[in-house]
Write a protein that binds this ligand. Structure first.
Ligand SMILES: [Zn+2]
Length: 189
């Protein structure tokens, strides 16, 4: 499996595609379902937050779903894990339309929640967080926990979920001095 390019810098552009890991049409089909979940609510319902959909997949089968329904409500990843009602099975995957949040806000960090679920081996992400202060942070946290991460799956459709959120985030000032290298040890053994 290819190593990550250590010259990669954070924040990473939202159009970047995950390197080193592959995805296929099954991942795209699952992402389409996550996108449909995110679309369960109008964009105005979640503003200023984005619409997000998430799935938990075990042995290729969707076993739980979640979406962000309203501003201040729990995030899609957390709902999907809650709805599962148990720890995911070993080797489970999460499919999510937006990079999981890495900073604890009103509802806690989804990266922390994913790690607490222990058995999620792979996370498939549609788009990187467009907030320049956060872009790539969630991916980095997951990689450092030796979870396989791919991103850039159905990016255009995932970005189209949140035109207003994206515009607001991209208008934020570029952060200085936050550039960090991707970990070289992200890929599972
Ligand atoms: Zn979150």
């Amino acid at each position: 499996m290819a190593a990550f390019d250590e010259t990669w810098q954070f924040p990473i552009p939202s159009t970047s595609r995950g390197r080193g890991f592959e995805w296929d049409s099954r991942d795209e089909a699952l992402m389409d379902r996550a996108i449909a979940l995110a679309r369960s609510v109008p964009e105005t319902a979640t503003l200023p937050n984005p619409r997000v959909g998430a799935l938990i997949v075990e042995d290729g089968i969707i076993v739980s779903e979640g979406y962000h329904a309203r501003d201040g409500g729990p995030h899609a990843e957390r709902i999907a894990l809650h709805n599962l009602g148990r720890l995911p099975k070993h080797e489970a995957q999460m499919i999510v339309t937006l990079e999981p949040c890495s900073t604890t806000g009103r509802t806690g960090s989804c990266c922390e929640r994913i790690l607490a679920a222990r058995n999620i081996r792979r996370v498939v992400i549609g788009t990187i967080d467009p907030n320049p202060a956060h872009a790539g942070r969630g991916i980095r946290l997951l990689l450092e926990a030796r979870i396989e991460v791919v991103w850039g799956v159905r990016t255009a459709a995932c970005e189209a979920l949140n035109p207003r959120f994206n515009a607001r985030m991209l208008a934020l000032p570029r952060t200085q001095g936050r550039h960090r290298k991707l970990p070289s040890h992200g890929q599972p053994a």
